[in-house]
Design a protein around this ligand. Structure first.
Ligand SMILES: *[C@@H]1O[C@H](CO)[C@@H](O)[C@H](O)[C@H]1NC(C)=O
Ligand SMILES: *[C@@H]1O[C@H](CO)[C@@H](O)[C@H](O)[C@H]1NC(C)=O
Ligand SMILES: *[C@@H]1O[C@H](CO)[C@@H](O)[C@H](O)[C@H]1NC(C)=O
Ligand SMILES: *[C@@H]1O[C@H](CO)[C@@H](O)[C@H](O)[C@H]1NC(C)=O
Ligand SMILES: *[C@@H]1O[C@H](CO)[C@@H](O)[C@H](O)[C@H]1NC(C)=O
Ligand SMILES: *[C@@H]1O[C@H](CO)[C@@H](O)[C@H](O)[C@H]1NC(C)=O
Ligand SMILES: *[C@@H]1O[C@H](CO)[C@@H](O)[C@H](O)[C@H]1NC(C)=O
Ligand SMILES: *[C@@H]1O[C@H](CO)[C@@H](O)[C@H](O)[C@H]1NC(C)=O
Ligand SMILES: *[C@@H]1O[C@H](CO)[C@@H](O)[C@H](O)[C@H]1NC(C)=O
Ligand SMILES: *[C@@H]1O[C@H](CO)[C@@H](O)[C@H](O)[C@H]1NC(C)=O
Ligand SMILES: *[C@@H]1O[C@H](CO)[C@@H](O)[C@H](O)[C@H]1NC(C)=O
Length: 598
């Protein structure tokens, strides 16, 4: 009797202990260790079928490249579905931020799966691994599953990571987990110094998996990728030139072929102005005019008034000083960009929706914080969509307000024979297509000035956008699409990707871009969607998006009621602001750049 009571007490204690420590991530014990190029350590495992890729026989691996003693970069690889993966090209995808995880792209946009409101994985028939091997990288260190040193910690109400003495979650702590120790020296703080760490990550992966890296290499990115894409890839080309000269022994020449950038943040001086243009008629093509005259005047003054955003950004460009750039960016964000968030409460990433916007679906975040998935992918830390350590590091250097040589690097890449596609969903305000279009002209790619906008054809017979292209440089406008184009317009996104990596024109994929190809059409892209898909009500958090109607599917009141209760707690952590407290958190979140340009 006594014994049994004792054992009950012991097992109750064991249950308590295990629930307390279950919130922490045990270090994986089943990773295979190998070496990449430059002798970089690579640790990985094969991911079981069904965790994301659902196609039998299509293999998936995940793991880390240890690029520095305290910088461990997480990657997740998927074989090409429809080709021999040992013959397929390799494409890297990274999200922006700075500080945003590339699991956003994987699960919300173009990976082999998504996660639905029941936490179940569903198949994506428009995944980009239909056409290429795909490698998703959480970059730089401390983003997503990447880490410096894993520690037991919790997230304070102000968003700081507070270390705990041991793997026990105290009563006062919420969001206990295993986090990357927040050390600003263990990551990058500018686009320029993030380039070598990306290059080293690629050297690690390619050396460990030469069978997947034999052919051409493509790089696709989004948002802050307008900074990352041009600079990282021009760095790859510079390293290639050194390798050719026999310098950099042990390094691998990367056969860079294509760079795709979705809704990129290239040139703040142009793109801060584009916020004003987008909100004032003729502006956006949804006939959506968010502000009355006095707000428009205020925004105009915040931009062009003496000493305001434009002048401050010019000052940043001229002096290059961190403090000046950082202060300029803060001013431009609060006084120009965020006017849309504060007055009509619209989603910066898709002006058709009010906040909180349930699209693209966020359910993957909880999925990635389950022991089953963490074990399956060999994770060392809990998952977070955005790293405040990384975004703060970039904010401190003022990188968001710098042009960072992005336009010149695009120009160089085009000259060097790399096919560059800039594309933009036209309902995004954050990195809107009006700014992207001006940037595409500033690149001054040969012949681009006299090319015209033409319809893009797709197998579904629907025109999803237009392209202006000259040779190996294209600017694509995608209709009825927010920031994350492959989520809203999967058909045209996959077509565009396939055509680009095969060296074909974006418009119909029938012409090689290498023999003086030029698109013929109108000087401007004039199509207007009108306001039919602009929503006037906040959507049910469980609403689903219909890519045929370009609008939410109708939901019914039962599901609305259920969902509002079930999902609120998850929402409050995200970029949304259902109540004033969260609104404050979000301001801080974006001001510190975190998830600012995901
Ligand atoms: C961290 O992951 C564990 C599962 O391994 C989970 O129980 C815990 O809730 C996660 N913590 C956070 C903050 O998501
Ligand atoms: C993607 O590939 C799968 C087969 O692996 C195929 O069933 C599917 O139709 C393809 N998607 C498209 C859009 O062609
Ligand atoms: C863990 O740390 C707490 C202090 O937060 C302490 O009270 C507790 O005894 C420690 N537990 C173990 C198992 O060391
Ligand atoms: C932060 O990172 C640097 C570089 O890895 C390291 O030298 C330093 O000890 C770290 N600081 C702490 C407090 O861990
Ligand atoms: C904004 O509109 C003005 C006036 O039409 C135009 O000159 C400028 O190029 C536009 N800039 C952007 C970034 O859209
Ligand atoms: C303009 O809009 C703002 C914000 O909605 C409002 O506070 C203000 O009263 C409006 N001004 C006029 C003149 O309608
Ligand atoms: C950026 O990081 C470098 C290298 O760690 C450091 O020397 C520099 O001070 C950092 N810059 C800022 C503005 O934090
Ligand atoms: C381009 O597509 C639009 C629909 O968006 C259509 O009205 C127009 O006729 C098309 N133009 C050409 C030249 O096919
Ligand atoms: C769309 O425009 C029409 C005509 O201007 C207007 O009556 C209607 O309210 C607008 N609808 C939305 C959703 O803005
Ligand atoms: C999307 O809308 C179309 C047209 O109304 C409809 O036929 C289709 O069933 C909808 N798709 C989903 C997934 O609800
Ligand atoms: C409406 O609610 C019913 C019952 O909960 C559910 O079966 C159905 O799928 C819902 N329809 C939509 C469009 O959400």
């Amino acid at each position: 009797m006594v014994l049994s009571m004792k054992s009950t007490a012991v097992s109750a204690l064991a249950v308590l202990l295990s629930t307390a420590s279950a919130q922490f991530v045990p270090a994986p014990t089943d990773l295979t260790s190998t070496k990449g190029f430059l002798d970089l350590s690579v640790r990985y495992k094969e991911v079981p079928e069904g965790i994301c890729e659902l196609t039998p026989g299509v293999k998936s691996y995940s793991g880390y490249v240890d690029i520095e003693e305290e910088q461990h970069i997480f990657w997740w690889f998927f074989e090409s579905r429809n080709q021999d993966p040992h013959d397929a090209p390799l494409t890297v995808w990274i999200n922006g931020g700075p500080g945003s995880s590339s699991m956003i792209g994987l699960f919300q946009e173009l990976g082999p799966c998504g996660v639905d409101s029941n936490g179940e994985v569903y198949y994506n028939p428009y995944a980009w691994n239909n056409a290429s091997n795909m490698l998703f990288i959480d970059h730089p260190a401390q983003v997503g599953f990447s880490y410096s040193v894993p520690v037991s910690a919790y997230e304070s109400s102000s968003g700081d990571i507070v270390q705990l003495p041991n793997a026990t979650c105290p009563d006062y702590a919420v969001d206990c987990g295993t986090y990357s120790y927040p050390n600003a020296s263990d990551t990058a703080n500018t686009t320029a110094n993030a380039a070598p760490s990306m290059w080293r990550t690629l050297q690690g992966f390619m050396g460990a998996f030469p069978q997947y890296s034999r052919n051409e290499f493509n790089f696709a990115t989004e948002s802050y990728g307008g900074h990352y894409g041009p600079v990282f890839n021009e760095y790859i080309e510079t390293q290639n030139a050194l390798i050719k000269k026999g310098e950099l022994p042990g390094a691998h020449h990367i056969k860079l072929q294509t760079v795709l950038i979705g809704n990129g943040w290239y040139d703040p001086l142009v793109q801060y102005q584009a916020y004003y243009n987008f909100t004032v008629f003729p502006g956006n093509t949804y006939d959506y005019s968010p502000f009355n005259q006095s707000i428009q005047d205020m925004m105009y003054n915040s931009l062009y008034g003496p000493g305001n955003c434009y002048d401050m950004t010019v000052d940043c460009y001229t002096t290059g000083l961190n403090d000046i750039c950082s202060a300029a960016d803060n001013f431009c964000y609060l006084e120009v960009e965020a006017v849309l968030d504060n007055i009509p409460d619209r989603d910066e990433y898709d002006v058709r929706e009010l906040q909180p916007d349930p699209f693209p679906y966020e359910f993957f975040v909880d999925y990635l914080n389950t022991p089953k998935v963490q074990q399956a992918i060999g994770a060392y830390v809990n998952y977070s969509e955005s790293s405040s350590t990384v975004s703060t590091a970039f904010v401190t250097s003022g990188d968001d307000d710098r042009e960072s040589g992005t336009i010149e690097d695009v120009r160089k890449l085009v000259e060097q024979g790399v096919y560059v596609v800039q594309y933009a969903g036209d309902a995004d305000y954050n990195c809107n297509w009006l700014g992207g279009q001006v940037v595409s002209e500033l690149v001054e790619a040969p012949g681009f000035g006299t090319a015209g906008y033409t319809n893009i054809t797709t197998p579904d017979g629907i025109v999803h956008g237009q392209v202006k292209q000259s040779g190996n440089f294209a600017f694509v406008r995608v209709y009825q699409s927010g920031h994350e184009v492959p989520f809203y317009q999967p058909v045209v996104a996959l077509e565009m990707f396939e055509r680009a990596i095969r060296g074909k024109d974006v418009a119909d994929g029938k012409h090689s871009v290498w023999h003086g190809y030029k698109s013929v059409g109108t000087p401007e892209s004039t199509y207007r969607e009108g306001n039919a898909t602009v929503q006037l009500e906040v959507m049910d958090p469980l609403a689903t998006y219909n890519t045929t109607t370009n609008a939410p599917n109708p939901s019914n009141s039962t599901s609305t009621k259920r969902s509002l209760e079930g999902v609120r707690s998850k929402r409050s952590k995200k970029l949304f602001k259902p109540d004033p407290a969260t609104q404050e958190a979000r301001r801080k979140f974006i001001r510190t750049g975190s998830g600012g340009r995901a």
